[in-house]
Design a protein around this ligand. Sequence first.
Ligand code: NI
Ligand code: MN
Length: 227
Amino acid sequence: MATEIRWLGHNAWAIMAGKHRLLLDPFLNDNPLSPKKADQVEADFILVSHGHGDHIGDTVEIAARTGATVIGIFEVCQWLSAHGVKNVHAMNLGGSYPFPFGRLTMTLALHSSSMPDGSYAGNPCGFLLAREEGTVYFACDTALFSDMKLIGAVGLDLAAVPIGDNYTMGPADALEAVRLLKPRRVVPIHNGTWPIIAQDADRWARQVLEETGVEALVLQPGGMIVL
Ligand code: NI
Ligand code: MN
C-alpha cells in the first residue's frame, strides 16, 4: 500500500497511509504557504507535535468536522478534550503504538510548548512513523540534539527537518542533523513561512548532497513524496 506524504507548508502535512488519512500539525487557515484551508481537508487521524499556534493550528475545527482522532502528548490531549475534541489518543515521549496506519513513536524535541491560551502543554515532540513501505521521521520544532543519532539508527527512508532558524535549528545545525540521522532522503521544513524564518532551501539541499550524499528534496507547498 502506498504512502503519500504531502507538504502543506511550515510543518503541516497531509499523509495518505494506505486508506488512512492523516494530518500532522494542520496549521492551514493562517499559514501563508498552505494551499488548503481547514474546511478543504479530510482526516481520520490528526497528529499534533506541540501546543504552539503554528502547529495546533486548526486541529479543533477539523476534528469537530471530521471526527478524527487526535494524537498528541498527554497535556495537549487533555486541553483538546476540554475544548470539545471527542476522540483523542494521548502518548508520551519514547512511547509507540500500533495504529491502523502504522507504528507511531513519539520522539524527543528540544523546544518549548504551551497552548494558544497559555495553558500548560507538556513537552513538545517529534514523530517516527513506521510502515511497510518505509520509516519517516518528522523532527517538528526542535534544536539539534545528539540523540538524533539514536533515532536514525532504526534506518530512515525520509526525514523532515526544520531549517528556518530563530525558532528552531537553522541550516548549519540541520546539516549536522542529517549527518546524525543518515536518512535516505531529507526534506527541509519550517522555513519561508514568514521573513524571520526565510532560508535558501535550494542552497541547503545542494550543500546536504555535497557534504553528506543524502538526497535533499525541496518541496513546494502542496508537493508530494511517495514512499
Ligand atoms: Ni513551536
Ligand atoms: Mn513552530
